[in-house]
Design a protein around this ligand. Sequence first.
Ligand code: PGA
Length: 300
Amino acid sequence: MHITIRQLQVFESVARHLSYTRAAEELHLTQPAVSMQIRQLEQAVGLALFEQIGKKIYQTRAGELMLGHALTIQEHLELSKREMDELKGVDSGRLSIGVVSTVNYFAARLLAAFSRKHPNVKIRLDVTNRETLLRKLESNEPDLVLMGQPPNNLDVNASDFMDNPLLLVAAPDHSMAKMKNISLDSLIDETFVVREPGSGTRLAMERFFLDHDFKPKSTVEMAGNEVIKQAIEVGLGLSILSAHTIELELSAGRLITLDVIGIPIVRRWYVAHRTGKRLTPTALSFKQFVLAEGERKSKN
Ligand code: PGA
């Protein structure tokens, strides 16, 4: 069945007016042109769509059914046009951002600032740990992700935008609170509270320990930065956490950092997407916004 959109438009107009003449006027066509389109459509479907009784024309049963489909097709065409127009604009459309849990401490601020500039953009923020985020990145789910070290087993386009120092965190009454240049080895008997497997913070900590040939005698595993901070605060042990997660606790004196040689572990935050991804104007504008914010922060 070969049907053109033009035929459906003409058909819909004739069906609405039940008049070839009025359809021709509405569509700025001649009446024979309208008749021709209807005849071709009838040939394509293999059934009559209208019947003329006396001076009046009526829809046949086939015409009634066809009208339903013609209206649905028109609606879909209009919807697709609207959606394409949305994608063309920076000030509208959707933006889906995935972040590792540690980024969550500043992601909300970033998104709020972006949203003030582009109030019509609908933003979706997805917070997971590194491993889950990598899976989503692999299946091309989010427009952009904000994460630590980009993966080397996946084709990604990653641009770094801000420092992510990892600090050694302790309770304020820790015996080494006032010491300078503490060697990592002198912490061998401490309990280290570590993030869950799959966390980027944990990965960086493990790499640091491996590089320094250091293996703490005891470790306790906890899922998420918040619960670890609480455990450290009540004296369960030490941890290595991103500076972004402990700003409030440090300024309130609820946590301190120890001056350990080799710490801070210097890392960067990255904004990334799969190589070859066609960023929408909104996603591109968010990426540029993040890079500019990073630059502004590094100058302050
Ligand atoms: P995380 O990621 O929140 O999974 O620890 C942080 C990072 O990649 O540095």
